[in-house]
Design a protein around this ligand. Structure first.
Ligand SMILES: Cc1ncc(COP(=O)(O)O)c(C=O)c1O
Length: 360
């Protein structure tokens, strides 16, 4: 099976030997701390590095077991049955599931090619707005700087808490990095989270949140009551990776490997898709969002594609209640090789053309 479903780095992205060295070095230097219980907010030295990067006090940084765990804590703290939460449409499917499980009323905010449209945010009170401004999962779209500034302004005016989820910001293949909404807003009304999953390794399970002081303390308390202490060995391993300045060169290597895959995906789509198909052309991240207006519904296409040995995630999975994205596909190019990408997109293209020969 050629998988365009997995938002996972290709195995060759993972710096196995070097991380093994880092784990050993971290234990040798600080083993007695790392191997014990400690603060719920994370390994102190890593917290300090992250706090410095974001120009906040370390107590406002909470390191969680992957950023998704932090999302669960934040949602548990802010959401009860019937609490209204704003999300982009489409958005990352796992937060949708977490919010539904907690009984949230999920309200969608429209997007276009430039990301979320701040001036079209629905009125009303919301516990928070969840947004992925850079190389969004699932669409690959990036919010323009103008809109980031406008979102920061609206968040302040409406006293709306915005959670900016930014795991892909550094996974950039071309163009210049954009300032985060958090930076543009000077942190006001903006909570920020990111992760080492896409820049170092998902298996280390190290993500982090930068939160208003009160919320940081509450999330830290939730972490303590859930797992007492986070896995310091992972966090200290990542800290050592940063300390010996391996992060930058590794990121450059990873981005090189992934940009070849992004290029293979865009080339294959140009070659294989019918004229009326459209797709995003992300400058980074893991995903392309493909719309097939005259193709079969993506749920049907998925069943046919799996029979033909290819898989992807159907667009409707990224809308609350599955309402939307019926003719869209999320294609992750991060995991498979460039040759498999070409082959897999060719197989999907064959199915699309067979279903809608008139659109050719
Ligand atoms: C937008 C987004 N947020 C969060 C995550 C989860 O990251 P982590 O591995 O840090 O839990 C992902 C993973 O795919 C993601 O795409």
């Amino acid at each position: 099976m050629i998988s365009f479903a997995r938002g996972v780095p290709a195995p060759e992205c993972l710096a196995v030997e070097e991380l093994a060295d880092c784990a050993r070095a971290a234990l040798e230097r600080d083993g007695r701390t790392i191997l014990s219980y400690g603060p719920g907010g994370g390994y102190g030295p890593l917290r300090e590095v992250l706090a410095e990067q974001h120009d906040v006090e370390p107590s406002r940084v909470v390191i969680t077991s992957g950023s998704l765990q932090g999302f669960v804590f934040l949602a548990q703290q802010l959401v009860q049955k019937g609490t209204r939460v704003l999300v982009e449409a489409p958005t990352y499917d796992r937060p949708l599931k977490i919010l539904s499980r907690l009984g949230a009323e999920i309200v969608t905010a429209p997007m276009d090619e430039d990301g979320l449209i701040p001036d079209e945010l629905p009125d009303g009170d919301f516990a928070f707005l969840y947004t992925i401004p850079t190389f969004q999962n699932p669409s690959g779209r990036t919010m323009s700087v103008e809109r980031r500034l406008r979102l920061a302004e609206i968040a302040r005016e409406r006293r709306l808490l915005v959670l900016e989820d930014d795991p892909y910001g550094l996974v950039r293949y071309d163009g210049d990095p954009l300032p985060s909404v958090f930076e543009l807003a000077d942190g006001e009304q903006i909570a920020y989270c990111s992760s080492f999953s896409k820049t170092v390794s998902p298996g280390v399970r190290v993500g982090w949140f930068v939160l208003p002081a009160q919320l940081a303390a509450e999330i830290e308390a939730l972490a303590v009551s859930t797992y007492i202490s986070p896995p310091y060995l992972s966090q200290a391993t990542v800290h050592e990776f940063l300390r010996r300045e391996s992060f930058g060169p590794n990121l450059e290597r990873v981005n090189g490997l992934l940009s070849e895959r992004r290029d293979a995906m865009l080339d294959a789509l140009t070659r294989e898709m019918p004229e009326d198909a459209t797709w995003t052309k992300p400058a980074g991240g893991y995903f392309v969002w493909l719309e097939l207006p005259s193709g079969p519904p993506s749920s049907q296409l998925l069943a046919e594609a799996e029979d033909a040995g290819v898989t992807f995630v159907k667009g409707s999975d990224f809308f609350p209640g599955g309402r939307g994205g019926e003719s869209a596909l999320r294609l992750a190019f991060s995991f498979v090789s460039p040759d498999e990408i070409s082959d897999g997109v060719g197989r999907i293209g064959g199915l699309v053309r067979a279903a809608a020969p008139a659109a050719l």
